[in-house]
Design a protein around this ligand. Structure first.
Ligand SMILES: NC(=O)c1ccc[n+]([C@@H]2O[C@H](COP(=O)([O-])OP(=O)(O)OC[C@H]3O[C@@H](n4cnc5c(N)ncnc54)[C@H](O)[C@@H]3O)[C@@H](O)[C@H]2O)c1
Ligand SMILES: [Zn+2]
Length: 348
């Protein structure tokens, strides 16, 4: 997979002019929220004058083939050709679905992603994964395909709510932990409750670079890309349990708790420095609060982890760290150790 072309923008007009080039059959995909809150930031940009907008429902429940059907139908009805260009303006739901719809329409048209949530900026926009949910399974249908270009501009985040902002920030914390000490320290010192968007733009740039580097080395998840799974073995189980108990939790919040538990395991099993583990845990407790599971939920959480599709057959698969930036993939832990980690998430 080639390196993803990313423009870190402080001027959307210039960034779009560079990305769009001389294309003139342009479609902009939004969801109801980004239609209202994000599209206005593109007003007056001449290279997208006359673009057709396609709007889908917001939220992951709309990440379906039905929404794709709507996008494909609109493209067809408005005369899209193989030379048309789609601009996906939204969070990870819109960029994933839009990327898939564009990649399959007439065997594939070009698309540009403009991620408008922090999660989409630092995670969904890089790596070439597109897709939709299907048959009750997340991202079951999709293709690997890079956007022609990704434009990242944190000015879109001025309308983002606290929970969604924190959700994306958890993936940034993960990128900090798997990269280097200064990046990690800057993340813990940043005031995410009152974010300075200019400063955040620089941190996002660094964070995207971490993911980009790892994806380039291992595009199809054979080895190093598992580093990106840090926090996700526990995190996915916590997220799924919350869903089962009908109190859904944002992905990144579950990952934040997952990071707490997996750093604890890293300290116990790989010698990760205890002070750095505690500093990270304190940050997470302060901003993400208390998890909603109790010790009665441990058996179900363990069951969910056992059935995680990322396991390779040698028990539950974890990515651990022996220090910040020192990654140990394909680690396992005993049931007792995992339960201790869950205790730590609840009680630290
Ligand atoms: N492709 C990948 O590698 C990858 C990686 C991580 C996540 N994902 C996918 O991304 C999705 C989650 O991403 P997400 O959290 O961005 O979800 P999302 O797109 O559903 O956005 C969350 C909410 O924020 C709203 N929103 C978007 N931009 C806004 C803004 N600037 N201001 C106010 N509200 C705004 C959306 O309308 C939505 O209601 C999932 O579908 C997940 O599978 C994909
Ligand atoms: Zn994640």
């Amino acid at each position: 997979m080639e390196r993803q072309h990313i423009i870190f923008s402080n001027n959307l007009g210039e960034a779009l002019a560079e990305a769009v080039g001389s294309d003139n059959s342009i479609f902009i995909l939004t969801d109801q929220n980004t239609h209202q809150l994000c599209l206005p930031l593109l007003a007056g940009i001449s290279c997208i004058n006359g673009a057709h907008e396609i709007i889908i429902d917001a939220g992951d429940t709309a990440k379906t083939l039905d929404s794709c059907d709507h996008v494909w139908s609109q493209l067809g009805a408005q005369g899209a050709t193989r030379r048309s260009l789609m601009i996906n303006l939204g969070g990870g739901m819109v960029t994933d679905l839009g990327g898939f719809a564009a990649s399959t329409f007439k065997r594939g048209i070009s698309f540009i992603n403009i991620p408008t949530t922090l999660l989409a900026m630092v995670d969904a926009s890089v790596g070439g994964k597109t897709g939709v949910n299907f048959g009750g399974l997340k991202n079951e249908i999709g293709v690997f395909r890079n956007a022609r270009c990704v434009i990242i501009d944190t000015n879109f985040l001025s309308t983002m709510d606290r929970d969604n902002l924190l959700s994306g920030y958890a993936e940034m914390l993960k990128h900090g932990l798997i990269s280097n000490l200064p990046t990690w320290a800057a993340l813990l010192n940043f005031d995410i409750e009152h974010p300075n968007l200019k400063e955040l733009q620089r941190m996002v740039e660094e964070s995207v670079e971490v993911k980009q580097r790892i994806v380039m080395e291992d595009p199809h998840e054979h080895g190093l890309r598992k580093a990106l799974n840090l926090g996700h073995t526990l995190g996915h189980a916590i997220e799924s349990l919350a869903m089962e108990q009908q109190r859904p939790m944002l992905h990144g919040k579950a990952v934040a708790f997952g990071l707490m538990g997996e750093l604890y395991l890293s300290t116990v099993k790989r010698g990760f420095p205890a002070d750095r583990m505690r500093q990270t845990a304190t940050f997470i407790r302060t901003h993400y609060g208390q998890p909603s599971f109790t010790c009665d939920d441990y058996p179900r959480l363990l069951e969910l982890m056992t059935h995680d599709k990322k396991n390779t057959g040698n028990g539950i698969n974890f990515t651990m760290l022996s220090n910040i930036g020192s990654i140990d993939i394909n680690q396992t832990a005993t049931q007792a150790e995992i339960e201790e980690a869950l205790d730590f998430i609840r009680e630290a």
